[in-house]
Design a protein around this ligand. Structure first.
Ligand code: SAM
Ligand code: GLN
Length: 279
C-alpha cells in the first residue's frame, strides 16, 4: 500500500479545519515552517510520501488550531521587520501594521543619532527593529508586564542588540530623561469590541496588551498629558492607533503639544493606523 503524500494529508486536514470554520491557511503555514520549506520547496515535494513524524506533528498542530491557538504561539516565534522574535502567552503577537510604524520612524530618521523610547514593548518588536537598523541609537524599552519584559530581553540578546529595558507603568520608568523619539503601540481595543475579535485573540493573547478603558483611549489620554516633559525640542512621537481613533487621538495630542504638527497616517489597507507628531 502506498503511503499518503504531503498534499493528501494536508488537504484532508485542511478540509476538516474548513468544516469547523477555522482559518485553513494556518495549517500549511505551520507545516512549511516545521519543514523549513519555501513555497517552491512545497511545489517540488508535495507529491512525495509524508514521513510518519511529519504527519504526527501536523496532526498535533491541527488539534491546536482547532482549539484556536494562534500559529505564532504554536511555533513560539513570529517574524517582525526581518527579525525572528520569541513570542509567548505574555507577549502580544506583533502585527504587520506595527512594521509600518517602524518603517516610518526609520525613514524619517536616517543617519542621525537618536535617543528613543518604546513604551509597552511587549516582545520587544519595535525596540529591536529600531536598534537592528540604527545600531548607533540609544534605546529604552518599557513594559508593565514582567513576563513580557523577560521575553523582550531574551529577544534583544539573541539578536545581538543592546537595549535598556525597564519595568513600570507608562512614563514612570522614563524617570527624568528626555528623548528625540517616543514610540508606542499601547493597548487600544475598547471592551465593546471584544465580540468582534478572533477567537484566537480572545482566548490566548494577553488582555493587558489589548484592552484599554475610556473606549480604548485611556492610554492615549495619559500619554498626551505626560509625554510633553519627556520629548526633546524637535522630538517626534509615533503611535499606533485603532482605525476609528484618528481624530480623537489627534485632538488629544494637539491640545497638549500646541507647537507641533499632529498627523494621522493610514496603513497599507487604507485604515487610519498611526499618529505622527513632529515639528
Ligand atoms: N510593542 C509591542 C508590539 O507592538 O507588538 C506590544 C504592544 S501591545 C499592544 C501593548 C503592550 O503594552 C503590552 O506588552 C502590555 O503589557 C503593555 N502595557 C499595558 N499597560 C501598560 C502600562 N500601563 N505601562 C506600560 N506598558 C503597558
Ligand atoms: N492591532 C491589534 C489587534 O487588532 C491590537 C493592538 C493594540 O491594542 N495595540 O488585535
Amino acid at each position: 500500500m502506498s503511503k499518503e503524500s504531503y498534499f493528501e494529508v494536508l488537504s484532508r486536514a485542511s478540509s476538516f479545519l474548513a468544516k469547523q470554520k477555522k482559518e485553513v491557511k494556518a495549517l500549511q503555514f505551520l507545516l512549511l515552517e516545521r519543514l523549513g520549506w519555501s513555497m517552491t520547496d512545497w511545489l517540488i515535494h508535495l507529491k512525495e510520501p509524508i514521513p510518519k513524524a511529519v504527519k504526527e506533528q501536523l496532526e498535533a498542530d491541527l488539534q491546536l488550531l482547532l482549539a484556536d491557538h494562534p500559529p505564532q504561539y504554536i511555533l513560539g516565534y513570529c517574524d517582525f521587520y526581518g527579525n525572528r522574535l520569541t513570542v509567548t502567552k505574555d507577549t502580544l503577537i506583533p502585527r504587520p501594521e506595527t512594521e509600518e510604524l517602524v518603517e516610518l520612524c526609520l525613514k524619517n530618521n536616517d543617519l542621525k543619532a537618536r535617543k528613543a523610547a518604546d513604551i509597552g514593548t511587549g516582545s520587544g518588536a519595535i525596540a529591536v527593529a529600531l536598534k537592528k537598523n540604527r545600531p548607533y541609537w540609544q534605546i529604552l524599552a518599557t513594559d508593565i508586564s514582567q513576563g513580557a519584559l523577560l521575553v523582550a530581553q531574551d529577544n534583544a540578546l539573541k539578536l545581538g542588540t543592546e537595549i535598556d529595558f525597564r519595568l513600570g507603568d507608562l512614563t514612570e520608568p522614563l524617570e527624568h530623561e528626555t528623548f528625540d523619539l517616543i514610540l508606542s503601540n499601547p493597548p487600544y481595543i475598547s471592551l465593546n469590541e471584544w465580540e468582534e475579535m478572533d477567537a484566537s485573540v480572545q482566548k490566548f493573547e494577553p488582555k493587558r496588551a489589548l484592552f484599554a478603558g475610556h473606549n480604548g483611549l485611556a492610554f492615549y489620554q495619559k500619554l498626551a498629558v505626560e509625554l510633553p516633559q519627556y520629548l526633546r525640542t524637535s522630538g517626534q512621537i509615533y503611535l499606533e492607533i485603532g482605525h476609528h481613533q484618528g481624530r480623537l487621538v489627534q485632538e488629544l495630542f494637539q491640545a497638549n503639544f500646541p507647537e507641533k504638527k499632529v498627523e494621522i497616517l493610514k496603513d497599507i489597507n487604507g485604515n487610519e493606523r498611526m499618529i505622527f507628531l513632529h515639528d
